[in-house]
Design a binder for this molecule. Structure first.
Ligand code: SF4
Ligand code: MG
Length: 328
């Protein structure tokens, strides 16, 4: 069943230089209980998209609909949206230090968040906070309740953020690059914890990452974004191991994920187009090794037998990249 249904979402952000077309007609559905990944290079619109869905981008002009449990989130006023945030949708960001207040203990912050949304005694909220800290495996949780954010390691702080996101029993958790700042061992632990908590609490997770390997570890399905548009969407095993879109294929060649030993990383040549004046045709055309003349028109969405949906004119496998230039 669909938990979140995004239809024809457009996000325009007015700036001094003109309007940034951050999200251009993106649609996708997140099913109840799944782990949904969104991948793309930085600047592809992933964060802006989820933040504007949550009403967190000041000045953004949005159109389309974001259906969450029968309500269009884009049509809610600030107060209604504040109640959705935290209570129904929990959020986890890359840098917990920017979401945690440095001058209050983590326990106090979890208790405050619970009490802002629920009529519950201080004692009961504290008991719940300690239980949550235990469940995300903060050692000695009752004592750590009174510690300040800077007294935790990066990985432990992210565990606190997960506890906080779960504290009100949200149906959906949105995690934006939650492990990017962590080293790879801690990163794997946090991903596994997030996945475990999703099952235990019966939540759905939408996770943004620029890292294919991170999403391959946990995501059931992934959506690939580029220049504010949706390029490919399907089961993560299909999309990340045998991509159908030339951009996804390029991401894979430039990533350490699933790499045969000894094969070099091949970065995608060129730069993404300016979102002040996005191309009318395929947004990836200027960097695509498979580009054809028809690509100056907006590609249709094709659906493959395995269910993967791809916005591309190419029929069949994306080709090899052009040979790297030899040094003189
Ligand atoms: Fe490349 Fe054309 Fe496909 Fe765009 S539509 S990704 S330019 S082949
Ligand atoms: Mg981002």
């Amino acid at each position: 069943m669909a938990l979140l249904e995004v239809s024809n979402l457009v996000v325009d952000i007015p700036t001094e230089d003109g309007t940034v077309h951050a999200v251009q007609d993106v649609s996708f559905t997140v099913h109840e209980g799944e782990f949904f990944g969104i991948v793309g290079e930085s600047g592809s619109g992933k964060s802006v998209m989820v933040q504007s869905i949550m009403g967190l981008v000041a000045g953004a002009r949005t159109s389309g609909t974001v259906d969450f449990r029968g309500r269009n989130l884009l049509a809610l006023d600030d107060e209604a949206m504040r109640s959705v945030r935290g209570r129904e949708i929990g959020m986890i960001f890359q840098d917990p230090l920017s979401s945690l207040h440095p001058q209050y203990t983590v326990g106090w912050q979890i208790v405050e968040q619970i009490r802002a949304h629920e009529k519950i005694s201080q004692q009961a909220a504290k008991a719940r906070a300690i239980e949550l800290l235990e469940r995300v495996r903060i050692p000695d949780a009752a004592a750590r309740f009174d510690a300040y954010p800077h007294q935790f390691s990066g990985g432990m702080r992210q565990r606190v953020m997960i506890a906080m996101a779960l504290s009100l029993g949200p149906a959906l958790i949105i995690a934006d690059e939650p492990t990017t700042a962590l080293d790879s061992t801690v990163q794997a632990q946090i991903l596994d914890l997030l996945d475990e908590m999703r099952r235990e609490f019966g939540a759905t997770v939408v996770m943004i990452s620029h890292d294919l390997g991170v999403l391959a570890r946990v995501a059931d399905r992934v959506m690939v974004m580029y220049a504010g548009r949706r390029m490919e969407l399907g089961e993560s095993a299909n999309v990340l191991c045998s991509p159908a879109h030339p951009y996804t294929a390029g991401l894979l060649r430039s990533s350490a994920f699933n790499r045969e030993p000894g094969t070099p990383l091949v970065p995608i040549a060129g730069r993404p187009p300016s979102l002040l004046a996005p191309p009318s045709g395929c947004a990836f055309a200027s960097r695509c090794p498979d580009a054809m003349s028809i690509c100056s028109e907006r590609p249709p969405l094709r659906r493959y037998d395995d269910g993967t949906e791809v916005a591309c004119w190419l029929e069949g496998e994306p080709g090899e990249p052009p040979a790297p230039e030899l040094p003189p």
